[in-house]
Design a binder for this molecule. Sequence first.
Ligand code: PGA
Length: 254
Amino acid sequence: MKNKIIIANWKMNYNFYETTNFLRNLLKFFNHDKKIHNNKKIIIAPSYPFLHISNQIVQGTNIHIASQNMFHIEKGSYTGEISAIMLKSIGIQNVILGHSERRIYFNETNKTLLQKIHISLKNRLKIIFCIGETLNEKNNNQQFISIQKQLEETIFLCSIKEIENLIIAYEPIWAIGTGQFPIPNEVQKMHNHIRLLFQNKYGKFVSDKIHILYGGSINEFNCKDFFQQKDVDGGLVGNSSLEIDKFLSIIKAS
Ligand code: PGA
């Protein structure tokens, strides 16, 4: 059994005080009860302006900080964008790429995502890569094909060495922020499918090792059912990561 990874994606929610208070409180809980987070990796993704302070707060703990995004070019006249080099310069080690909200609201395509992947790898950022099917694809039983295509046009164009530290987050688009979620058995089927795709491409050693997380309306009640599935190695949590009690329950259940 692999150690579980729990990621909090705070999206565009917390300001400076909320971010820093949350992290300090989380550390207090962790110091108080080491069992909560033993053998687990916790990654928090605050907004850009607070990445630096967040990273300082969690130094020396087993909480890690991730950026929610980055630009697909390293440097230049791109007003308002943030590069991999900038993230590295403040000690950030992880980046979420391909979140469906980025694909939907900011027109991110597999092509730009591939550029982001290459730049992340060049700058030694660990990638948390999101994939997921639309409701329409699910209703037409196209979800397995859709996921395969998303991987073939991005991650599968990387070498075995490059995907060493990769985390995959399977997030059905229709489940994100909607309160709707697939039954755990469906999640298991998809995770198994993803693992087999990795096995076919890179071999069993890689496919056994890779972390495949589930994301989409995880809450303190349904999380355990997901985490008990054989191929679910943790969760990517949005809304329920914004309240410390709920988030702690989810960590405990993992
Ligand atoms: P949610 O978000 O938990 O609010 O559905 C998950 C995500 O966007 O990663």
